[in-house]
Design a protein around this ligand. Structure first.
Ligand code: FMN
Length: 144
């Protein structure tokens, strides 16, 4: 992919943050990410379920790959599964440097389904569906 190509990536990971520290730790991640993403012209959304993170990032391939390299090395989560990395023609989350949403029971339920999806086609379909759901969710409940 060309460094200037607009792309999106979507991953699911397992939180390593002790539950008692979660509120302040996640608040800290979001606050720092918003200002960094703004500088890098990255947009996206993060959902924290208490157990898992679900994140969508969009931007120029070079910028997204740089931030993803830090995210992949971040010890606050592990078992990071990148569900999608693809070229896009326009941003879905253009209004948010990083929209944040807390747990949605609906997403948690469907996250379990996504993690169980075995075929490539199933995973792709579940990924699209969950990403659109996240977009709907942050449109109504998200904050920056
Ligand atoms: C779940 C999760 C999501 C994150 N999202 C972002 C993000 O969108 N943008 C960002 O700059 N950092 C994000 N971070 C923080 C990075 O992993 C990293 O701490 C930060 O970019 C500093 O990286 P550096 O120490 O390599 O400079 C996230 C961390 C976690 C655990």
């Amino acid at each position: 992919m060309e460094p200037s190509t607009l792309m999106t990536t979507f991953y699911v990971s397992q939180s390593q943050i002790p539950p008692a520290d979660a509120d302040s730790a996640v608040h800290d991640i979001v606050a720092k990410s918003i200002s960094r993403n703004r500088v890098s012209q990255i947009t996206g959304a993060l959902m924290f379920t208490g157990e898992h993170f679900v994140q969508v990032l969009e931007g120029k391939a070079a910028e997204v790959d740089t931030v993803m390299a830090s995210i992949l090395a971040d010890p606050r989560h592990d078992h990071i599964v990148v569900m999608a990395r693809e070229k896009i023609s326009e941003r879905l989350f253009s209004d948010w440097d990083l929209a944040y949403s807390g747990p949605s029971r609906f997403v948690i339920r469907n996250l379990a389904r996504l993690r169980r999806a075995s075929s490539v086609a199933d995973r792709r379909q579940e990924t699209r569906w969950l990403r659109d759901l996240l977009l709907e969710f942050v449109r109504h409940n998200g904050s920056e």
